[in-house]
Design a protein. Structure first.
Lengths: 327, 296
């Protein structure tokens, strides 16, 4: 049985406009995927595709006007979507942890980082402060922070972005969770630091045997660090499968466009394959969401596309998936 | 800034001294306020012992005596030494203002925290109640409540404290509203913290900063209001050496030429309020992040 199971997740933003009319942004429209113990799944897609929202939905961090209107998320056999806050708090930071995008603003600016990590430990287990502090120091060393004794005394503003991100990772891993959600863990860091942090993360994830959901818009990261990849577009997973299969034989036109627009594959002769804007989430087309930008679109695409099995464990949400892979 | 954070580790005393120097450099206004307030604090603590004159002893041979070598600030209509009364009055000024602000903080900060974080209907209702308290003329409300509850020191402190709580509700709520949607709170929730811990461990220390400058400003207000209540005859009652009550006594004598009875406590009052306000303004400058650079 899989560790994390997301079934037909619909998360919508329900707001009212100036005339008090209800407006619904259908941000997630039936996201389904499963994640096994110890597996690393990459979630890619353009801005607004719903990558972070998927993570926020899993973590139970949605705030109004966002809410889950349909679907089910289960973790280790327990349903998260209707779990009382106390039980959810016992899981969060303990069995499921998240590393968020903006490290510098995610730490409490008034608390020394050693204390912040100790708090995460003590939120979930009874442990003497001194023992917890030693554990925090060990974890700081494990995430590659030099001189952890002194750094633990530092306040967040004294850290660089890369350091702060390492601290956040240390906080997320301190209770050895079974699932780590990494939401663009290296955004805003320079490339060398990015690589160091990802390598460190990958190593710790496999050492601790935890599953990981890595959210990114960087295909290079997915190719290097993920066992499987799920491509999102306008609130749906349009293609999912083993990384090698999806990148070697992309079945969905959007996946191909995404791969084609990666800098290393980009050529002026090929034009701009990924052009177009994200669709309007207030008025999505009834069938395939990619229809307006798809070079292969025809009349069939006004219908909801089927989930086509391309190869073992490799599926695409497209009318033309099988056709195009052979063509 | 002169702060060297990582390379050197100065001793605790050095750090504090450096910090004081740094702050006073950043705001001259605040430093003047601190000097004035420290002077008053010293007077409040040590003054009465040094003066050695009973502030309520009637010198019947010297009723309404003008300032002289024997009575520096003269005597009032009961023959009581105005100098000694002004000195003792400092204790009442602080003794009402500081506890009153403490009461405001104790009431206002938790309400502001909860309202700002939870939002929705509870917040809406609470804020309208706060508006109602604010919109009512404070003096009249305070007069009515003190008149009904009795003019004891405790009642005056409580009334002033409660009436001023909305200020702190607003300040703290505004800070929490800004912090609520921050990734700081998001990661605290994601770490499995229950709501109360997020409120009091993470939000409270971060939101209280905005309230610190207000503390001094509201203390000035509390000094003024308590004096006003006494002046109007519902606060602390004469012959207790309270400045407002003394000014009231003296006001009636001004036209007769016995200016000293009202002027000396009046000056003390103005100076103390001035001190609190300077400190408040200075703190606002120091704590306002947009002015950090220019105020350096």
């Amino acid at each position: 049985m899989s560790l994390l199971q997301v079934d037909n997740l619909h998360t919508h933003f329900v707001t009212r406009d100036r005339d008090n009319q209800v407006r619904t942004a259908t941000a997630l429209n039936g996201v389904s995927f499963a994640l096994a113990d110890g597996e690393v799944l990459g979630l890619v897609g353009e801005t607004g595709a719903g990558k972070s929202l998927t993570a926020t939905s899993i973590m139970g961090l949605l705030r109004p006007p966002a809410r889950i209107v349909e679907g089910r998320i289960s973790f280790g056999g327990r349903t998260l979507t209707d779990m009382p806050p106390d039980e959810l708090n016992a899981l969060r930071g303990n069995e499921i942890a998240i590393v968020v995008q903006s490290p510098k603003t995610s730490l409490d600016p008034l608390m020394r980082i050693g204390d912040q990590i100790v708090r995460v430990i003590q939120a979930h287990r009874r442990m003497e402060r001194t023992e917890a502090y030693q554990r925090a120091l060990k974890m700081l060393a494990a995430v590659g922070i030099p001189d952890p004794e002194r750094r633990a005394q530092a306040l967040p503003h004294e850290l660089s972005g890369g350091m702060a991100q390492r601290v956040l990772i240390a906080m997320a891993l301190i209770n050895e969770p079974r699932l780590l959600v990494a939401d663009e863990p290296t955004t805003g860091l320079d490339v060398t630091v990015q690589a160091q942090i990802l390598d460190m993360l990958r190593r710790l994830v496999s050492e601790m045997g935890m599953a990981s959901l890595v959210i990114t818009h960087d295909l290079g990261i997915v190719a290097h660090y993920c066992d499987r990849v799920a491509v999102m577009f306008a609130g749906r997973i349009v293609e999912i499968g083993p990384t090698a299969a999806v990148f070697g034989n992309p079945a969905h036109p959007y996946t191909r466009a995404l791969i084609g627009s990666a800098p290393e594959n980009f050529s002026l002769a090929a034009g701009r394959p990924g052009r177009g804007e994200p669709p309007n989430l207030y008025a999505l087309p009834p069938g395939c969401h990619y229809v307006d930008r798809c070079p292969l679109a025809d009349s069939r695409c006004a219908q909801m596309p089927p989930l086509v099995s391309v190869s073992a464990g490799h599926e695409a949400l497209c009318h033309k998936a099988t056709v195009t892979t052979h063509g | 800034m002169t702060m060297v954070v990582t390379s050197a580790t100065p001793s605790r005393v050095e750090r504090i001294v450096n910090r004081v120097i740094g702050v006073s450099r950043r705001s001259v206004v605040a430093s003047i306020g601190v000097v004035i307030l420290s002077a008053f604090a010293l007077i409040a603590i040590f003054g009465p012992a040094l003066v050695g004159v009973d502030p309520v002893h009637p010198y019947l041979d010297a009723i309404l005596a003008p300032p002289s070598g024997r009575f520096w600030f003269g005597t009032d209509g009961n023959g009581m030494d105005v100098f000694s009364r002004v000195i003792y009055g400092t204790r009442f000024a602080f003794g009402i203002a500081l506890p009153a602000v403490a009461v405001s903080l104790l009431i206002g900060v938790p309400i502001g925290l909860v309202c700002g974080y939870i939002g929705g209907t509870i917040d809406e209702i609470t804020m309208r109640v706060m508006d109602a308290v604010r919109i009512f003329p404070t003096i009249i409300l305070a007069l009515a409540v003190v008149a009904a509850a009795g003019p004891s020191l405790i009642n005056v402190v409580l009334v002033i404290g409660i009436l001023d709580a909305p200020v702190f509700v607003r300040v703290v709520r505004a800070e929490v509203l800004a912090l609520r949607s921050s990734t700081l709170v998001e990661s605290a929730v994601a770490a499995g913290n229950p709501t109360w811990r997020i409120l009091f461990v993470h939000l409270l220390p971060n939101a209280i900063q905005g309230a610190t400058a207000q503390v001094a400003v509201r203390a000035a207000w509390a000094v003024r209001i308590s004096a006003t209540l006494a002046f109007l005859g519902v606060g602390i009652q004469p012959p207790t050496p309270e400045w407002g009550a003394m000014i009231r006594q003296g006001a009636e004598l001004m036209s007769g030429g016995q200016w000293w009875v009202a002027v000396f406590p009046g000056c003390a009052l103005i100076l103390l309020v001035f001190g609190f306000n300077l400190l408040g303004d200075g703190l606002q400058d120091i704590l306002d992040p947009r002015r950090k650079v220019s105020a350096r």
